[in-house]
Design a protein around this ligand. Structure first.
Ligand SMILES: [Mg+2]
Length: 224
């Protein structure tokens, strides 16, 4: 029997991306002498899509005296320094693996920044595998994204797989289409009423981990 698999989204699931970006945007606009309204605009642009092309647009709009490559590199370094993962969540990833789970990260985004965050927070060394969409041009909610993430964990998508994330379409809809059971991280929101619901709703990642640890008892029984 193959080990149960759980894939976690990264941003606003394992780490607080919104809070990290707000702090970064404040520092960035202070560094370049930009106004408050510019800070809000820069934050919106990066929150929407953080790739080198985003920084090309920011550099042009604000006539910044540095190269796009330098802006992108500094962004990756700064964000890695600011981001953190709660100790209870880091410990939880280890508890899941000790209970026999294969644990992976399935995230959309640019490989540079997502991998920098995973290393800086200590998540990298506590999971079996990571897949970042840019690495094979396969974004959630495509099933191929989840299949590649499972492969990075040395396994395949199957009946005993789970997806945990905060995005109703990418994580929950995509996870369900890929044949996974789903846990939605509400982050204080309520589920969009028109969408078919996830299997479980929890307030934060640690609660999702506790739920999975309860399920691992079932898997152990099934295997026995
Ligand atoms: Mg997310």
């Amino acid at each position: 029997m193959q080990p149960p698999l759980v894939l976690f989204d990264l941003d606003n699931t394992l780490v607080d991306r919104r809070g990290t970006l707000a702090g970064w945007a404040a520092g960035f606009t202070a560094q370049y002498g930009l106004e408050d309204e510019d800070q809000a605009n820069v934050l919106d642009m990066v929150a929407e899509r953080a790739y080198p092309s985003t920084f090309e647009a920011i550099r042009t709009q604000y006539r910044l005296p540095v190269s796009t490559a330098e802006l992108w590199h500094t962004y990756c370094t700064d964000i890695a320094a600011l981001v953190s993962c709660q100790a209870g969540v880091l410990n939880g990833l280890e508890e899941l693996r000790a209970a026999g789970w294969r644990v992976g990260v399935a995230t959309n985004g640019a490989a540079d920044i997502q991998r920098a965050k995973l290393r800086a927070t200590g998540i990298s060394e506590r999971v079996d595998g990571v897949f970042v969409s840019e690495e094979a041009d396969a974004r959630k909610p495509q099933t191929r994204h989840f299949a590649l993430a499972a492969a990075r964990c040395g396994t395949v998508l199957g009946d005993s797989g789970w997806m945990v994330g905060d995005n109703p379409v990418n994580d929950i809809g995509g996870g369900r289409s890929a044949g996974l059971r789903t846990i939605w991280i509400g982050n204080g929101r309520s589920w969009p009423p028109d969408d078919p619901g996830p299997d479980h709703v929890v307030p934060h990642a640690r609660a999702a981990i506790d739920l999975l640890l309860l399920h691992s008892v079932d898997y152990t029984r099934t295997a026995a």
